[in-house]
Ligand binder design. Sequence first.
Ligand SMILES: [Zn+2]
Ligand SMILES: [Zn+2]
Length: 828
Amino acid sequence: MGEFDFSAIESKWQKIWERDRSFAIDNHPDPQRPNFYCLEMLPYPSGRLHMGHVRNYTIGDAVARFKAARGFKVLHPMGWVSFGLPAENAAIKKGIHPRIWTEENIAQMKEQLKSLGYSYDWDREIAAHRPDYYRWNQWFFLKMHERGLAYRAHRWVNWCSHCSTVLANEQVEGGVCWRCGNPVTRKSLEQWFLRITEYAQELDGYLPRLTGWSERVRQMQKNWIGRSEGALVKFPISDPPGGEPLEIFTTRLDTIYGATFCVLAPEHPAVERLCAGTPQEAGVRSFVERMRHRDLVHQDAQIGEHKEGVFTGRHAENPYTGKPIPIWVGNFVLMEYGTGAIMAVPGNDERDHDFATQYRLPIIPVVRPADPSTPAPAGKAYTEPGVLIHSGPHDGLTSGEAFEKLLALGEERGFARRMVQFRIRDWGVSRQRYWGTPIPMIHCPHCGVVPVPERDLPVLLPEDVVLSGEGGSPLASSAAFVEVACPRCGRAARRETDTMDTFFDSSWYFYRYTDPRNDAAPFASAAAQQWFPIDQYIGGITHAILHLIYCRFFTKVMRDLGLVALDEPILRLLNQGMVLKDGSAMSKSRGNVVEPDAMVARYGADTCRLFSLFAAPPERDMDWNEQGVEGCHRFLERVWRLSAPLFAPSSEPMPEALSEAETALRRKTHRTILRVTEDLDRRMHFNTAIAAIMELVNELSAFQNEGLETASRRACFREGVEIVVRRLCPFAPHFSEEVWERLGAGGTLARAPWPAPDLKLAEEPLLEVVVQINGKLRGKVIVEKGAPEQEVLELARNDPKVESHLQGRTLIKSIFVPDRLLNLVVRG
Ligand SMILES: [Zn+2]
Ligand SMILES: [Zn+2]
């Protein structure tokens, strides 16, 4: 009957798929098969796959294989986001050229991916570090520059003066440089930015349309974009009057009578001018100087921690009260947010309250709780909206009314206006690194910044750069790269030596898969039109903000360039949970890393795939538990033994008349088809789908024990086994193919259609149970005859309508009439 030799089976089928190009897909529309774009986030080629990858790609592959079997034409590509710091570090440490290191890693990881049997169309593979890809990064950069979306500005960076290099936030460890251990300071550098703020309103406004995304990710994006409505108020300088007034953004104009001081960021351009000539000048200067030396990481960490400040010696006039208030400089105000200046209302803001208490500044509460019987909190700020007090003619107004009235007043007198502000900043894309896309710009002493003409793309990354990890941009050391004739005037000029943030590469890569070999454009619009939006995107929650905001931004820019005709690139997004070992994340330092190669060698790819889908629903974290892996392996062995007696073609037809036991088995078989389809189609709950298949296997096993002597028993049994094998195919494809072949059923399962259930058989003995809440009809559930109350209740709760009536209410009792009715009595 043949042993279950998984490693022979797996390599056999991997070769067949490759030989037959089973997963290659073209762009021609097929009226019989609608398109489906299934995509997993592409890896950085570190050289080895980890279990997190395995889980991510196994989920994607199960979706891709399932959708293909359901009759879709599935695009399922893979590639490499292959520029980045680790390659550069490897070059510094080991003396290997980043390109060689990267290509070797790609080759290794590709083998690993193939050993797991993923159904990728490798003809569409892309890699960001290859010129045929990154030239389109440069092209996009030029297009953005043309539209004013790419520009230069100064920004603070972490700087190690010992290594004379810029450090990423991750390279600052406890305020010191990761390489040399010297304190990190800040430096202002001129860099390239993308004007993502131009699209802030739309990026925020479209979030409610992303109904295929989790609420959690949408909320994270909303917070990151940080839209707030408020007012911009001008505070004139009062001692002596004159000069530019301070501009301050506030969302709480209703509290302006309680503004007892204002605070500027240390980098605020007015600080110097304000403190000049005051007795406080020296103190302010030394404070600002000290703040300049903290690193950026530390600065972010300081928010909410130790607040520090110094009085400038000057006052501004509150335009609403006419009263002077002192101007301070404080470390908790950031130049990057708002106008870099705040009005402090210590009576109604927690942070301002702490600061005022520390420096003995006046505290005047101006908003009290709307309900007069609620006491205002003692010794701290009341921060909620409420009713105004100590606000002159505005006492008694609600916060909302006061905001509008005060705004109207300020607008009329010209010192306030309505303003919407965003927290999101423009995207700094310059990196002082070698292993990235060269920014296609030229600095000419006569013409200024000149774009490289499109016909001269790509600007190739030079090979002859010595990487030491010291100094500024490594590209500056290549004279052959740097020295160039100005495209405008022809005189000697210098190339830009910064390279692009690698998030640039991943912001549009999924369009390239639709047309990966195009050498006249990043992709043909028609090709993108075929496949977009992405039907299912799968990747870690860690990308909820940067990557998943940047790629939305790119799509909007591409739409405005006329390249694509859509507003959002991703229809449905699944963020899989982490893979843990013994309850914690796998890490070298903990010594709990499980290597995919070792697991594949020991148990086979199918077992690893099956376990990573079975252990938990995809959004949740899962624990890599070896007993569970063994359990999945035994399950496959069991299915093998179950099918082995049938390892010969059969032409026995399904007889008309069946015994009760035979009908029951067939019913179970067809219900399993229904349930698995439902679990995959609607919820992507692979774990419950696999559990349903396991249940069917139990029944088949029991049926087999009763004997398979008659033709009708054999026919019913064979039908069940065939369904098990076909249903397992998206999860354990090599195994399923092999058993399918041995069953003599003919053809391969790789792209075979998904069997349809006999609905009549599957549904016949099902009943409808009515669900009432407090006697009112709220839903119906379909169950098997004799289903217990608990099961009915669980199914009822899956119905959003029923659940909405239960939310926030207490269940007092339930009345259950089996096979007929469930009435829930609730309160609240
Ligand atoms: Zn250093
Ligand atoms: Zn020039």
